[in-house]
Design a binder for this molecule. Structure first.
Ligand code: CMP
Length: 225
């Protein structure tokens, strides 16, 4: 396993080569094929995961059996830290959206790393603050009555998390599948299809396979957030 993979993880970005080497020795690398479940909501948890390659979705089941997608994380991201910090059960399930590779760190090792390198703890807190901000935005968007607002808010969230900005334009390289978009927006696949068609007809988005471009991102944000 390469230490260069670890450098992609922002919470470790302040560390030097020796420290990377130390962490590398503590991690176990594991591959998950597309659609494999990595963590199950309510299971006990004693390790955290750093994404080296691929993308995962974080989701919970609602009481009526619908999947609610809380977030999509990609390489450089991490998950599983919550159970590790508070000793409670897993707060959500995590599933590979594509073939993925993760590094696994055990609880004791991660807590020791944070003690030895407070900048890791600060990096972790920053990311947790960002996640609370995103969840606040998601709660606000899910409380909107109209589907157009909810779907557009999901597009804004994807643009903020995964988009590539070029002048006025934002490009989301791989938009999630329609069912996943529906589960992120609290709506149905049919509604996603209808709203996307409207947004395309109005030239507010341009679609090219899995790629979605928002030609005037400022205007889009003004209209929908
Ligand atoms: P844990 O509770 O150990 O296992 C499930 C993981 O999903 C959790 O740790 C977090 O890493 C991640 N997770 C839970 N809720 C969110 C969220 N709203 N946004 C991003 N990741 C989350």
């Amino acid at each position: 396993m390469e230490t260069s993979l670890l450098k992609k993880v922002p919470i470790f970005s302040q560390l030097n080569e020796d420290e990377f080497e130390k962490i590398r020795m503590l991690c176990v690398s594991k591959k998950y094929a597309k659609d494999r479940i990595i963590l199950i909501e309510e299971d006990p948890g004693n390790s955290m995961f750093l994404i080296q390659k691929g993308r995962v979705k974080v989701s919970r089941m609602s009481d009526d059996g619908r999947e609610v997608i809380l977030s999509i994380l990609e390489s450089g991201g991490f998950f599983g830290e919550m159970s590790l910090l508070d000793g409670k059960a897993r707060s959500a399930s995590v599933t590979a959206l594509e073939d993925s590779q993760v590094l696994i760190l055990r609880r004791g090792d991660f807590l020791k790393l944070m003690e030895d390198h407070p900048q890791i703890a600060i990096g972790l807190l920053k990311e947790l603050a960002a996640r609370i901000r995103r969840s606040d935005t998601q709660i606000k968007s899910l409380s909107l009555q109209d589907a157009m607002g909810r779907v557009s808010s999901t597009l804004i969230m994807l643009a903020e998390d995964h988009g590539k900005i070029k002048e006025k334009t934002v490009m989301i390289p791989r938009i999630p599948l329609q069912q996943d978009l529906a589960n992120m927006s609290g709506t149905s696949r049919e509604t996603i299809s209808r709203v996307f068609k409207y947004l395309e007809d109005e030239k507010l988005i341009i679609r090219d396979g899995r790629k979605v471009v928002i030609p005037d991102y400022k205007k889009f944000r003004r209209m929908f957030s």
